[in-house]
Structures are given as C-alpha cells and as structure tokens.
Design a protein around this ligand. Structure first.
Ligand code: NDP
Length: 338
C-alpha cells in the first residue's frame, strides 16, 4: 500500500531534494502541495508533476494523505504541525521544529498523545560519513572522546538570500539555520548530549535586521568532552569538516557538512592513517525511508521530535549566550524527554 504525502510549503528544499526522496521510495506518493500563493502553488505543482495544488492548510489536510512534510519558513512549523497532528497525519518537519524549544516540546507532546510519528529532518544523521564516525566512536576506535570541532561556515547561495538574512520573525539567522544541524550532528556522532554553550555571533555583511550571519560556539557535553562549532553564511572558501579527538586516536572528516553523500573520513591512531569506508546513499532518501519504516512500526525516524527539541534548545542557548555574553546551560528538562 502506498504512503501518500502532502507537501506543506512550495520550498526550495522540497524541490531540490525531498520530492525525489519521497518518489524513489517503493511506496512513496506525493498527492498535493500547499502554497500560500495559489499562483506559485500551481506553478510549483506543474513543475514538480504534483496533481493537486491548494492554498490553505484545511484543504491540504482534507486531501487523501497519510503524512505531511513541512518545509515552510520556521515561524509556521508549529501551527502547521499541530493542525496536521490533529488531523491524524504523520509529520516530517524541517528544522528548527519551531522558534522556541517550548513550542517544539508542545509539538512533540501533541504527536505522542495522538500516536503520530513526528520526525525532524536533520539530514546529516543520514550521511554515511557521520554514521561511520558514530560507529568508530562507539566501538572505541579513538579511545575516550575528548574534543570535537565542526567546520560548517559556507556561502549562502543567492537564491536563498531571502528570509534567512532579513526576517527575524520567520526564524532567520545562521544559528537557527545551521547551528541546529551542528548541535544535532555532534549529539549523533558522539552519542552524548550538550549541557552548556558559550557563543559569539556576528553580522559580517550579509544579514540585516539584527540577524547574525556567523557564529562560533563552544559546547560542553555530559561526558566532559568540549566541542567547538563554526557556522556562517559569508565564507565561500572555508570548506567543511568534522573532527573528533580521543585518547587513542582522531577522526578527521572533510567536506561532510553538506547535503550530498560525499566527503572523506580518516582515522588516525598509533598504527597510522586509515580512510574509513561508508555508504553514499542520498541523505534525504534515507531520511524518508526511515520515516516510512517508523510509520509501519519499524523503528524511529532518523531524527525524532525529541532530537529536534534538543537541537533547538541548543541553538536557543547559543543565541542567549551571544546576547548575554554568558555561558548558558542547555535546558535540563530535556533530559526527561529522552
Ligand atoms: P524557501 O525560501 O525556498 O521556501 C520557504 C517558503 O518561502 C515556502 O514555503 C514558500 O511559501 C516561500 N517562497 C518560496 N519561494 C518563494 C518566492 N519566489 N516568492 C515568495 N515566497 C516564496 O526555503 P527553504 O527551502 O530554503 O527552507 C524551508 C525550510 O526547510 C526551513 O525550515 C529551513 O530551515 C529548512 N531547510 C532544511 C534543510 C535541510 O537540509 N534539512 C535545507 C534547507 C532548508 P509558500 O509555501 O507559501 O509558497
């Protein structure tokens, strides 16, 4: 039996990655798309070969669909997710789940009460590179993890230089855009949770309206590990990477903070250097596959709603740190959500 999806949001990410990721599933169908603009919605439906375009949430939820994928701007996620949950639809929601972790908790609680599958589309957990790193850490191949570094400063492509750099009320800024991913990927690779963060942010010339387009964060994890992460919209030539340094070895990954299944992971120990092999499945295809399986009662989405709360609480703490100049504890109430 096929799983029928409704797309909430005529977005770039859906067009570039998620429409394909749904359609390549053996049981994946896209039944309808919702855009707030009837004209844009219609054009998007034609361009992406989607039979139905609607312009209200009620119309979308009245369609014959099993699940929704929410990829509107961030301030809309909460209301749209709650309506979909109320209508009995499973929800795969883009990050950040909402504008505040309190709202994300509301969303997760509603999904749990309704018996609905809620996933957060943190695609990087699905990257073979990050899964190989997680396995190496868990298998003790670097000994005791001591420190990690994430390099995720990129150049925001011109076609995306809209609400992210101009609309605080839509959840713009690099912290809600990229730091959430870094917090999630650190949690995933390390199998550990952050307890505290200290951050500096900047506006390096691209973002306006008080929004930040660069951030550097220092994280302390439960185990005592410390990490640093760098997120940015304005550096074209930095490259990306992820390193974990332990008592017996280091993992050094290059070009892995990306939407594509690329990059390299090297393990360096007393025995020398070894390049780890990993699968190169499309990150978004794996995300949808895991989500379909969860709907069928087989496991959980690659990133759950609880993971989305964690990443948002982490980003929220980073923003508070940047504005207060103090290190901020990451909400301990999250511990009970796990
Ligand atoms: P877009 O700016 O492409 O789309 C967001 C919304 O903007 C759409 O829902 C649409 O509203 C509106 N919109 C799109 N094009 C136009 C236009 N030409 N004129 C006016 N309005 C327009 O956002 P992204 O796809 O970059 O991001 C959407 C969500 O996905 C965000 O939550 C973001 O954080 C997340 N994201 C996640 C990624 C991941 O890898 N996990 C990667 C990129 C984004 P309407 O639907 O009403 O037409």
């Amino acid at each position: 039996m096929s799983l029928k999806w409704g797309l909430i949001g005529a977005s770039t990410i859906a067009r570039q990655f998620m429409v394909n990721a749904i359609r390549v599933q053996a049981d994946g169908k896209i039944a309808a798309v919702m855009s707030s603009s009837p004209e844009r919605g219609q054009a998007y439906a034609v361009e992406n070969n989607i039979a139905v375009a609607v312009s209200t949430l009620d119309e979308l939820l009245a369609e014959d669909i099993d699940a929704v994928y929410i990829s509107t701007t961030n301030e809309l996620h909460l209301e749209q997710a709650l309506a979909a949950i109320k209508a009995g639809k499973h929800v795969l929601c883009e990050k950040p789940l909402a504008l505040t972790s309190a709202d994300a908790r509301t969303m997760v609680a509603a999904a749990r009460a309704a018996g609905i599958v809620l996933g957060t589309n943190h695609h990087l957990r699905n990257a073979g590179a990050h899964r190989a790193m997680r396995e190496a850490v868990a298998a003790g191949r670097i000994g005791k993890p001591i420190a990690a570094r994430v390099f995720h400063a990129v150049y925001l492509p011109e076609n995306l230089q809209g609400w992210r750099i101009a609309r605080p009320e839509a959840g713009g800024g690099v912290v809600l855009d990229i730091t959430v991913h870094d917090a999630d990927t650190l949690r995933f690779v390390l199998g550990d949770d952050p307890v505290e963060v200290s951050a500096f942010t900047q506006s390096a010339g691209m973002a306006g309206s008080g929004l930040e387009d660069g951030a550097m964060c220092i994280w302390r994890f439960k185990s005592g590990l410390i990490a640093q992460s760098h997120e940015g919209f304005t550096t074209s030539y930095a490259g990306t990477g992820f390193e974990v340094h332990g008592s017996e070895g280091s993992l050094i990954a290059s070009n892995v903070m990306t939407q594509k299944p690329v990059g390299t992971v090297m393990l360096r120990t007393a025995s020398g250097e070894e390049e780890l092999s990993f699968d190169h499945e499309d990150l978004y295809v794996r995300s949808v596959r895991r989500f379909h399986a969860a709907i069928h009662g087989d496991g959980q989405p690659a990133a759950t709603g609880e993971d989305g709360i964690w990443s948002l609480a982490s980003a929220e703490a980073a923003l508070q740190s940047a504005s207060s100049g103090k290190a901020i504890k990451i909400d301990p109430k999250l511990g009970s959500m796990k």
